[in-house]
Design a binder for this molecule. Sequence first.
Ligand code: 3H9
Length: 694
Amino acid sequence: MLVTKFSDTVRLETEGDLAVVRVDNPPVNALSADVRAGLKAAFDAVGANADITAIVLACDGRTFIAGADIREFGKPMQGPSLHDVEEAIENVGKPVVAAIHGTALGGGLEVALACHWRVAVPSAKCGLPEVKLGLLPGAGGTQRLPRLVGAEAALKMVTGGDHVPAKKAHAMGLVDELADEGGLEAAAIAFARKAVAEGKPLRRIRDMDEKLAEARANPGLFDEFRKANARKFRGFEAPEANIKCIEAAVNLPFDEGMKFERDAFMKLMTGSQSAAQRYVFFSEREAAKIPNLDGDVKPRAIGKVAIIGAGTMGGGIAMNFANVGIPVTIIEMKDEALQRGLGVIRKNYENTAAKGRISADDVEKRMGCLTGSLDLASVAEADLVIEAVFENMDIKKEVFTKLDALAKPGAILATNTSYLDVDEIASVTKRPGDVLGLHFFSPANVMRLLEIVRAEKTASDVLVTALDLARKIGKVGVVAGVCHGFIGNRMLAARQREAQKLILEGAMPWDVDRVLYDFGMPMGPFQMGDLAGLDIGWSKETSKGETVRDLLCEMDRRGQKTGAGFYDYDEKRVGSPSPVTEKIILDLSAKAGIKRRSISDEEILERCLYPMVNEGAKILEEGKAYRASDIDIVWINGYGWPVYRGGPMFWGELVGLDKVLKRMQEFETTMGADFKPSALLERLVREGKGFSAA
Ligand code: 3H9
């Protein structure tokens, strides 16, 4: 075999009349300038070499090409473009077969689509996930894919960005042949040789028209698709741009479609939404890294988990582990509560199975991972114990005192508290190094965020274990320090405070909710309150009847569950502004001597969001978050902050920290200390820096 290097990351292996062009650019074979240059040169060379009759494009390492190199985006382009590479492949004049393992994503799949055929192992996945980065496939993906699989399937793939398993890709016509695991390259070579032997005409996808003709016969397709997905796409620019490109593929000649795609790609690439979404991609990966660790800290092995409390939270947490096959013991004090909890979990799984997302077998397999117990001593076998009992310091301390006596040495002891001081909880044990907070968000089996609360004495390997475990159960773990409400709820409190003040000063709950919904949040604070139940943490006995919430609860308007809260609800739980709430608010304003005024949408937004940015800055300066981007990841994954706005800290910088500071100072002058700017915010503005310099 003759090996020729065409760049640091691309080599050509020739044997007789066969050439394998191989990419080796760890970790994910991204299409860096070096890879593009190597590929172009290699294909030019094999094209010119009359001895070569068949070519396979393959990758070393764990995956086929996983896309363009996102780190190069926004920098000046170097070397040949991806379009040049694809032209060199498509027009090489001999059969080219892509051998796909791991993931063929974005530009990687686009390169594979420029090949004449594709062979994949069953474990491989194909996708055009650009939409998740606020982009569209910018190297012909939107023009070639519909020609191969039809416009409807292409629309779903480019706007959903999901990874399609090879078997499905094969059924769709995206992959031409499935190879045995381990036999990929042999199969791709055999495929290429057969094409030569049979004299198969080279299949250039750009020349195919049959599937497009089908789409042209169905002119309503695109608007129906837009309508069906309007809710999902709300606020995002990229899905519509992707749809327009597929429309262009159907209606324009290939080269014009390519130009349309390139222009649309550049528009998205230079916009703020894609910048935000690319930032979130890297920030999520950054969040898994603990700065300044001493040496190579290994995670502890977690083979068994125990959860104390079978309520909504405990049950939801348990499901995360059962989903990935980790055995869980759920401990309750009374059998009735235990059976109820296990029953809710089973029902949840059965609902998921009814929707076709898991099989009936999966339900039993997952339930088989769960064991109920009425004896706290069952924690003895667990490597990780998570307490999810009532949110009360005395109760938590009592539980941890017992856990300290019962858990095995080296077991990690976690509390699911949302607010309480984890140092104080850890202090009742003789092993505070093993204690930390694992703050799951409700519904705990659904929400992606896991706040990992690092107490003063939490050991490094305990933190590393928690981050590792978060990834295993499909969560995004973010480390927070001990403070009231940690990262997420502490910032939420700043927003809630302003929302409550705004309705007494002149706005109505539906005004505040509308402004935040239009900003891109899934719902506003009052809708959220109604959904969660206004009586959380409220009781008739202790109500002072002083707040809107007190008065609503006293009238048994406790939110959606009682058919009324801030809003009135119909039988389908659709809310409408309530005259009852309005009267309560007007009366309370009058009682407090507040002269109500008209409040602009702009003020509502600034009053709700700037104090959050400011609180985030305080969290940073107090060292309660490692980085500003961690704060953003909390808000995107735990509270539905729109990903295309990058999180509150990213958004604050986009608005301009100087502008945020100036408004905070003005509000402080007129409305007092709630708006006192953080010292960090002042310093960064003074120095003209962003949060990454904090
Ligand atoms: C595109 O292709 C545009 C084209 O249409 C048009 C061009 C004209 N670039 O996720 P992991 C890094 S847009 C640079 O932990 P996994 C990542 O940051 C692109 N770096 O591994 C991390 O670095 P670090 C379309 C990348 O096994 C390391 O690799 N493609 C890229 O859990 C490991 O990543 C995508 O959107 C990249 N493209 O998952 C695919 N990808 O170690 C994006 C990863 O320093 N990538 N890195 O933290 C993924 O979805 C996952 O990384 C993948 C592997 C599934 C591939």
